[in-house]
Write a protein that binds this ligand. Structure first.
Ligand code: 9WN
Length: 431
């Protein structure tokens, strides 16, 4: 009894703190991921944060998505970063990206398309259905245009799965899944640059200099190529990978968009989205590694499956695209991983020699990925494992606070502090 009360008061404290983090990271219509470290509006962060706002301020939640789509490109792309106000605490900022469409106001690449998920979540949980329906009416064509962009710009050969052309597009920047595809030569004419991330967090928690040189090699190449013209980028990019994170989220987002289309009676759109789902189901088959019992990312240039087993291998459960048999193999693998670390879910198989418990997407736990995996496991009936991930996530935030990510071995917090999407997950998922 006493313990329950204690637990309740800790939970109340986290909820209050989470609301406080969103309020203090609010820059008027959009929320920054973390003060200083990430001073602009990031795409998938923002969509997740909208679900957090929805728990205590619906109007503000809709506003988050509206602001995100206010900088949508004419061709439908929604950029990874929207630079609403000037800041010099992040590199590369608008002066480096130099995109054409909204002069210097966004980056020139995209990020995992979470928006449809949040829009559905908000519509399903609304206390004001009439107003919410209007919001959905306005947002629907914009989200649809963004999904169309993914297929047109990033799957011109209609394989059912889309490419990312930069590791930043996956949201899992320095994942070992890109190691083999990030071996193209570094541009020898790369202008000298100064990283800002290292002024905020320890170097051992961030990507290396070599990795940053390659991020920038791609950026400058895309900028030279007729200012990020997506029709050209797909052909010329030395990095072209089928990413499990973007594709699982896109698949799930299509299911949610289809649901929204049904609410709005948009039958043409329903048929179009069903076409994407059917193709997507076929496309995912190529990403299954039967021997490993895992999904893998694929280098589209060499055709090889990437060897790294990463947390995104479990995201097809969240998408709902895995078969029952595949789900059973995934669960077997995940259970083995968890024998090697204290907390779930590490971003890389802890048995991989490249595993680093603190370096960003090469080992640490990210709460948003935990939410997706746990949600997927529950959908396939693996409640016990889903609960384990949820309980670990609660323990991590109780113990370490609303950090950017967490050490799977010690449970310590790492990266940025007062982190918006971690706060949003505490509000929308863990409470
Ligand atoms: C580059 C904001 C973003 C997240 C990404 C995460 C990190 C940026 C960076 O921070 O990426 O987009 O500079 O490290 O990898 O997933 O959206 O939280």
């Amino acid at each position: 009894e006493h313990e329950n009360e204690l637990e309740q008061s800790t939970r109340d404290h986290i909820v209050r703190e989470s609301m406080e983090v969103l309020r203090s990271n609010d820059r008027g219509g959009y929320t920054v991921p973390a003060e200083g470290l990430y001073p602009f509006q990031w795409n998938w962060d923002s969509a997740i944060v909208a679900a957090g706002w929805a728990v205590f301020d619906e109007l503000r939640a809709w506003k988050e998505l509206e602001t995100l789509f206010s900088d949508q490109w004419k061709d439908g792309m929604v950029a990874s970063i929207n630079f609403h106000k000037f800041s010099k605490t992040y590199f590369p900022g608008p002066e480096i990206w130099g995109t054409p469409e909204n002069p210097s106001k966004t980056s020139g690449i995209s990020q995992p398309p979470v928006a449809a998920l949040s829009a559905r979540f908000m519509y399903e949980h609304t206390a004001h259905p009439v107003e919410a329906k209007q919001k959905i009416e306005d947002l629907f064509p914009k989200i649809l245009a963004w999904h169309r962009w993914w297929y047109k710009a990033r799957d011109p050969n209609n394989t059912g799965v889309v490419a990312i052309l930069h590791p930043w597009e996956s949201g899992m920047d320095n994942s070992p899944a890109w190691d083999e595809s990030m071996t193209f030569p570094i541009d020898p004419t790369l202008p000298p640059y100064e990283r800002q991330d290292l002024t905020h967090v320890n170097a051992n928690m961030r990507p290396t200099k070599d990795t940053y040189d390659r991020y920038l090699t791609l950026l400058y190449r895309f900028k030279r190529e007729n200012f990020y013209d997506p029709d050209k980028l797909y052909e010329i990019s030395p990095f072209r990978v089928t990413d499990l994170c973007v594709n699982s989220i896109l698949f799930r987002a299509n299911r949610d968009l289809r649901w929204l289309a049904l609410q709005l009676g948009k039958t043409d759109a329903v048929a179009e989205i069903e076409g994407w789902l059917d193709n997507g189901f076929e496309g995912f088959k190529k990403l299954w590694d039967e021997e490993a019992g895992l999904f893998k990312c694929q280098d589209q240039i060499t055709g090889k499956l990437e060897d790294a087993a990463i947390s995104a291998a479990f995201l097809p459960l969240f998408a709902g695209v895995a078969t029952r048999e595949q789900a059973a193999r995934l669960v077997e693998n995940l259970s083995t991983w968890l024998k090697h670390v204290k907390y779930s879910v590490p971003s890389l198989d802890p048995q991989d020699p490249r595993f680093e418990q603190l370096r960003y997407w090469r080992g640490p736990i990210w709460l948003i990925i935990n939410w997706m995996i746990s949600n997927g496991l529950r959908h396939y009936g693996y409640d016990e494992l889903a609960d384990r991930i949820r309980n670990d996530s609660i323990e991590l935030t109780n113990k370490a606070g609303l950090r950017e990510y967490f050490d799977p071995v010690t449970g310590d917090g790492a990266g940025g502090t007062k982190f918006s999407w971690t706060a949003a997950m505490c509000l929308a998922w863990l409470d």
